[in-house]
Design a protein around this ligand. Sequence first.
Ligand SMILES: [Zn+2]
Length: 292
Amino acid sequence: MRNILTAATTILLLGPLLHVGSHAVAAQATQGPKVFISVDMEGLAGAVTSEATSATGRDYEYFRKIMAGEANAAIRGALAAGATEILVRDSHGSKQNILPGDLLPEALLLRGVSEGPKNMMEGIDETFDAVVFIGYHARAGTPNAILEHTSTGNVIDFSINGVSMPEAGYNALVAGLYDVPVVFVSGDRAFVDQATELFGDVGSVATKTEIAGAALSLSPSSANEQIEAGVAEALSNLNRFSPYKMSGPYTMVLKVQTERDLYPGAIRTGEGEVTFTSASLLEILNAFNAMK
Ligand SMILES: [Zn+2]
């Protein structure tokens, strides 16, 4: 998936000029996995209301540190498994939650809202070997979940080819376009159950469980330890994971509280319900983003 040959060739060509020793060349020749980590906030240890996840929330400044902490735990796990390239996508709200200096320097941080359909998966391409979801939450309407929703508060349900999708679901499909598998997820218990239902036996850490609307949570340090170990374990067994894919054409059904203008080609199929079909998954996501 990565162009190892080109990388090795470049090193070999530059080697004599830079006086790179044989040890350095050997190290470059055995590259480890390239890892994409998408980090949301709602599923972080301890987060239970928008006080944690809204930029105007009382505990937001605290939870952006927790967010960096769980991202760093995943980075340490990836490094332990030999990862040589790591991209962290800040995936919540303004996409400017993790303070850049809080992230371990071994990773690159993709920060800010991006144009186009990839959104929480912006930056993914066929050069990656694995996807990790941290701080994720269940889809709108999930019972016993914490801060569950699907992209916006307006979405009641979003399905693709009959499968009701959490954010993790359609994000995994985007990775699947490039044959990159999801290998590890963390978030609340209801999210983890939903993700394993969709993706099969991926690595996971449930950071908290819902009890009557409240959250019974791991401490952040314990969550971090488990995430680090879980990511390392998953990335050390990459060949047991498959990309999450569907074959096209794709038909989406979107149910919303407040209807938006119809995306070109979309059909109103009921009260607050639109249907749209395309051969392109990214076009489906364009339609979703326009009407959600
Ligand atoms: Zn979020």
